[in-house]
Structure formats: structure tokens, C-alpha cells
Design a protein around this ligand. Structure first.
Ligand code: PGA
Length: 245
């Protein structure tokens, strides 16, 4: 694995956006597996800037999202479908027929998971997967205990995740369940980039980078991937024992 530490969150966002942009420049028909949450907002802002400056087109690119809450309206302000519209799609030339996110309102979640996983597989897997990391080490919504062999499925969210993501939900917590792509689905991506910023991620990052490789810290399993880079800011890197440049 590679570890890059930037002085600021902005550096993480810029480098992440450049990696996405380089992937798409080399192969306009690339398949991307992309995250939501507060961490990647800066990356999306940078991608929009690159598009406006004429250096990026997403018109031939296929984009899958990692996850979506289950049982909320598709256009709920906190749905990840809305997030992608607001943060990326309404500003760029992405083709709606090539953008995918699990259906939050599906009456048949198990079928939806199978359909979504098969759709990613049909594209040949992701050329680039960009991830955030939860305070408990989750990636996508693969909470602690997620086996390496897991594929897209319904996941009960950890209480800490529901609280961390509570903003915008009336109940004071995020929904109880989500659909997430699985660990193996993530692993089948040719290149993986994990972004982490801020002191609240330091323990999870240290466990992922220097702890035991274990389903208890799903992000630690990425160390077995042949092409994974952790992009951190100084605060997110602050609990690492190793020297960071
Ligand atoms: P955050 O979420 O970027 O909102 O901190 C990260 C995650 O839970 O994967």
C-alpha cells in the first residue's frame, strides 16, 4: 500500500480529484466507484472546477456509488442520490444512463443488491474506487465484522455510524439500514484510493494501516489489495506510529 500525507484537507481533495481526472483522461469509458459523506465534498468541488476549466469530461464514464440508505425517499435531502446530484452531476456532463446508485425505495432490497452487484460486474469491475473511512473503520457501509467475501447487500448500520450521520434526519440518527457494495466488490476494483481527514479519523486510520488485518476493521483488509493508496491529512495521520513525511 502507499501512504500519502498532505498538510491539509484541500491537498487530499486536490490529489483525489487529479487521480479521478487522470483515470478518466486515460480512459474516458472508465468505471468509477465513488463515495459520499463529508470527506469527498472537496474532491467533487475540484472535479467540478476541472470540468468548468475544460480539462475533464465525464460523458462516457460509468459511475457507481458505494452505498445508499434504505427506506428513505429517493429525493430525501440526505439521500446519496441527492448528494451526487448536488455535489457532482448537476454541474458536469455525466450521462444519467451511466450513473448508478442503489434504489433507496426498492420494495425488494435483496433483489436490488443482486442487480447492483451484477451491474458493476458487467462493466468489468471498477477501474478506480474512491473510499472514505468511518470512525469505526468501515468502508462503504461495510461495518465491522464484514467478511472479505461479502458482496453488495443490506447492512444494519452501527449506532456510531447512525449518530455520526444524523444531521438532516429528524429522528436524530441516520436510517437503520443501507445497501452497500461488499468488501469483495470493492476489492475487485483495479485501483483503490482511501481518503481521510481530521482528528476524528486518526484512530480508524491507525487501526487500518498498522493494526491487525481483520474484518473488525474493514479498511485494514485493503492492505491485501495490490494497488491501494491512503490519502491523509496530518490530523488523520496523527495516531500512526510510523514516521510520515
Ligand atoms: P464522512 O464519512 O466522510 O462523512 O466522515 C466517511 C464514511 O463513513 O465512510
Amino acid at each position: 500500500m502507499e501512504l500519502h500525507v498532505h498538510d491539509s484537507h484541500e491537498g487530499v481533495s486536490r490529489t483525489a480529484a487529479e487521480t479521478v481526472s487522470d483515470t478518466v483522461s486515460e480512459n474516458p469509458g472508465a468505471n468509477l466507484l465513488l463515495p459520499t459523506g463529508s470527506t469527498p465534498r472537496g474532491m467533487y468541488r475540484e472535479l467540478v472546477r476541472l470540468y468548468r476549466e475544460g480539462g475533464l469530461s465525464l460523458s462516457d464514464t460509468t459511475i457507481f456509488n458505494l452505498d445508499e440508505y434504505l427506506g428513505i425517499p429517493r429525493d430525501h435531502p440526505e439521500s446519496y442520490r441527492r448528494y451526487m446530484q448536488e455535489n457532482l452531476y448537476r454541474h458536469v456532463d455525466a450521462d444519467p444512463a451511466r450513473t448508478h446508485i442503489p434504489d433507496a425505495e426498492t420494495p425488494a432490497p435483496e433483489e436490488e443488491c443482486l442487480r447492483y452487484d451484477a451491474a458493476i460486474k458487467e462493466t468489468g469491475g471498477a477501474d478506480l474506487c474512491v473510499l472514505g473511512i468511518g470512525r469505526n473503520g468501515h468502508i462503504g457501509f461495510n461495518e465491522p465484522g464484514s467478511p472479505f467475501s461479502s458482496r453488495t447487500r443490506v447492512m444494519g448500520l452501527a449506532e456510531s455510524t447512525r449518530r455520526a450521520n444524523a444531521e438532516g434526519f429528524d429522528a436524530g440518527a441516520a436510517p437503520e439500514q443501507a445497501i452497500t457494495v461488499g468488501m469483495q466488490t470493492i476489492f475487485e476494483s483495479r485501483k483503490v484510493l482511501l481518503l481521510a481527514s481530521g482528528p476524528e479519523k486518526a484512530e480508524a486510520v491507525a487501526a487500518a494501516v498498522e493494526g491487525e488485518v481483520s474484518p473488525q476493521t474493514p479498511a485494514s483488509m485493503l492492505r491485501e489489495h495490490p494497488d491501494v493508496t491512503f490519502l491523509l491529512d496530518r490530523e488523520a495521520a496523527s495516531a500512526l506510529r510510523r514516521e510520515v513525511a
